[in-house]
Unconditional design. Structure first.
Length: 399
């Protein structure tokens, strides 16, 4: 087994002291302010058909700190402020390369609270992490050990909507090893009744985490709706309770997907999925909640980066490939297939098919043409892992 050195983030929960919480909240606010100031300058320049780069905004930050209006920026570590400018530069690079929309301003209430520190702004010794401008190390709950001898290159501190504090340490993990090559391949069809259906015939139940907590969520949201917008403290408490329910749902969903994707990557060498347009699907008001709860995009992202770690291959088949309507036995294609039809019989060969199992088998068959014969590739989504096979025509039947 070959060792692959990968950059990996280890996220832990921590409990700051009162002084640390005040310092971090102040840092979050300064990071947001610097990001918005730089974005405003770059947007004005964009309107004049000029470009402002990171170096220019960095010089502007130095000038802002010397003014009376923004003198408070000197009270926090300068490193997270510089990192905010770098993040803005990445956002514009993605925009110019047509990988993302135009950068948006950060909101005090809705945007993620976070600050990134590089090696010059923190000290990590003997498992104790101390950030710049702080006298005491953070009280971190080490739920799992860091790789032996690992030293963080960056540290990101964040607070979620439920008020929980997290620290993420980016390290180079030498323990990630490529798995021995396997001779198995699997087609994976995602769904709502069953989260996954494999070409082997196995069906994995959709846990529907959001539906399980829907009553609790609705109760918390009703209480929030009854609070007047000017009632600051009570409304904040009600919003916090709603966020806690959402956090519980997201945590359980993410844990389930991690276990599922790790198992699939360990068991199979080639994994074939369908390149779905999830963003378009959630525009359907009847399916938006169920599709969001299934988290198909998050499943695909996890599958792809874990496959890259462990030497596996993920192939994404074109979304227009008629996997459900194509008979996996003879190759005949039905003219229509309503969603309520779960079992159907082929008119050509008389084979009876489970809709989802048949789709998974067809995905596997067309996906293997990429890894074995080399089909054409039409990428539908820019990702670090995974190929996208173009729409395949069904085989012609001999007369």
């Amino acid at each position: 087994m070959r060792t692959t050195h990968v950059k990996r983030a280890f996220k832990y929960r921590f409990y700051p002291t009162g002084a640390q919480a005040v310092e971090l909240l102040r840092t979050f606010g300064c990071v947001r302010k610097v990001y918005n100031l730089a974005l405003a300058v770059r947007s004005e320049a964009w309107g004049r058909q000029e470009r402002v780069n990171y170096s220019q905004t960095s010089a502007m930050l130095t000038a802002w700190k010397k003014t009376e209006e923004f003198a408070y920026l000197n009270e926090v570590s300068c490193v997270p402020l510089q990192q905010a400018l770098r993040h803005l530069q990445v956002a514009f690079t993605n925009f110019f390369d047509k990988r993302a929309k135009y950068p948006r301003f950060k909101s005090r209430k809705r945007s993620r609270r976070s600050a990134e520190y590089t090696t010059s702004a923190f000290r990590f010794r003997d498992g104790r992490l101390t950030l710049a401008k702080m006298d005491q190390p953070l009280d971190i709950v080490w739920s799992r050990p860091l790789p032996e001898g690992a030293s963080p290159s960056t540290v990101t501190v964040s607070q979620d909507a439920a008020g929980r504090w997290y620290v993420s340490l980016l390290v180079e993990d030498p323990t990630v090893q490529r798995l021995p090559a396997a001779d198995t391949a699997v087609g994976i069809d995602v769904g709502l009744d069953h989260l996954l259906t494999l070409s082997t015939g196995e069906k994995i139940t959709n846990p529907r985490h959001e539906r399980e907590d829907r009553a609790r969520l609705a109760k918390a949201q009703r209480r929030l709706a009854r609070k007047a917008k000017g009632d600051g403290a009570n409304r904040a408490k009600a919003r916090h309770k709603v966020a806690k329910v959402y956090a519980r749902i997201a945590d359980r969903r993410r844990d389930h997907l991690h276990k599922l994707t790790t198992r699939l990557v360990r068991e199979h060498q080639t994994l074939v999925i369908e390149d779905l347009a999830v963003r378009n699907m959630v525009k359907n008001r009847s399916l938006a909640r169920a599709v969001s709860d299934a988290a198909w995009s998050e499943f695909r992202s996890m599958l792809e980066y874990k496959a890259a770690w462990y030497g596996r291959e993920v192939i994404a088949v074109d979304r227009w490939f008629p996997s459900s309507k194509l008979c996996s036995t003879c190759g005949a294609v039905r003219s229509g297939m309503p969603l309520h039809v779960r079992v159907w019989t082929c008119d050509g060969c008389g084979a009876s098919h489970d809709r989802d199992v048949n789709a998974a088998r067809n995905l596997l068959a067309v996906g293997l043409t990429v890894s074995v014969c080399g089909a054409g590739v039409r990428p539908q989504r820019s990702t670090s892992g995974g190929q996208s096979a173009t729409k395949q025509k069904p085989p012609r039947r001999e007369p």
